[in-house]
Write a protein that binds this ligand. Structure first.
Ligand SMILES: C[S@@+](CC[C@H](N)C(=O)[O-])C[C@H]1O[C@@H](n2cnc3c(N)ncnc32)[C@H](O)[C@@H]1O
Length: 241
């Protein structure tokens, strides 16, 4: 199957928005792992006085993780799917959390301007047509020394981890998603992970995009070897040359 991209992907997420929270609630560790990745940003003072961008916020699961870990931060949460964003915005949020409908490729057009002290992107990069272009945008909206946290399905490269991923998708996720009418999106989910960077390749991609202090951190449970947190800092201009 071809990968869903851009407006086709946004339309598929619009449709999937209704069942999305149900599926993530049934995924062991989904919310706890997002909180763990948010903590791994290592921001000081519970984020007091800091600006954080949640890129590809979906129905707000990653936004909720950021708000819980960083209650002092101002959070701008952005998504290309109006349907996902509508679900997110309808939830109760503390002051300082704002939602913006925009693609990651069009932040400036939506008046989402830096500098941000941190950018967090959970399950986004696998979905964008040009990850390097989006990383360049992220680098540009980050403050000097700003932090990037990426939480993403990125396989280890071991056959056993790919086999677990395939078993989880075929045995659990796809049957439930098909009942919800979102079979196409969740078949795409399997393929998008298999086709995307391994964890090592994504870390290299970050370095090539001008990030430094790149660390690749595993997640526990069934996601070990399947999902990773990547934390990095925007390289200072002289280091990027
Ligand atoms: C798998 S969901 C993850 C949502 C949320 N971050 C979470 O952790 O649950 C991926 C989200 O990325 C959004 N997305 C995909 N491509 C995008 C793009 N180019 N710009 C902005 N959002 C995008 C989708 O609309 C979807 O809501």
């Amino acid at each position: 199957m071809t990968l869903l991209r851009d407006e086709h992907l946004a339309a598929a997420f619009d449709h999937a928005a209704r069942g999305y929270d149900l599926l993530t609630a049934a995924s062991p560790g989904y919310h706890a792992h997002l909180r763990r990745s948010a903590r791994r940003l290592g921001l000081p003072r519970y984020g007091e006085g800091l600006r954080v961008l949640d890129l590809g916020c979906g129905t707000g699961a990653s936004t909720a993780a950021l708000a819980e870990v960083l209650p002092g931060a101002r959070i701008t949460a952005v998504d290309a799917s109006a349907g996902m964003l509508e679900r997110a915005a309808a939830k109760r949020w503390p002051d300082g959390v704002d939602f913006v409908h925009a693609p990651a490729e069009g932040l400036a057009d939506a008046s989402v301007n830096g500098p941000f002290d941190a950018v967090f992107a959970a399950y986004l990069f696998r979905n964008v047509s040009d990850p390097d272009a989006v990383l360049a945008t992220v680098r540009d909206v980050l403050a000097p020394d700003g932090r990037l946290g990426v939480h993403e399905y990125t396989l280890s490269g071991r056959r056993a981890d790919r086999a677990v991923w395939t078993a989880v998708c075929r045995g659990l996720v796809q049957p439930v998603a098909t009942v919800l009418g979102d079979g196409q999106l969740y078949r795409y989910l399997w393929r998008s992970v298999v086709d995307f960077d391994t964890a090592d390749a994504f870390a290299d991609r970050l370095r090539a995009a001008g990030f430094e202090h790149v660390r690749t951190l595993p997640l526990p449970g069934w996601e070990t070897g399947i999902t990773h947190t990547f934390v990095a800092r925007r390289a200072r201009p002289e280091a990027a040359e």
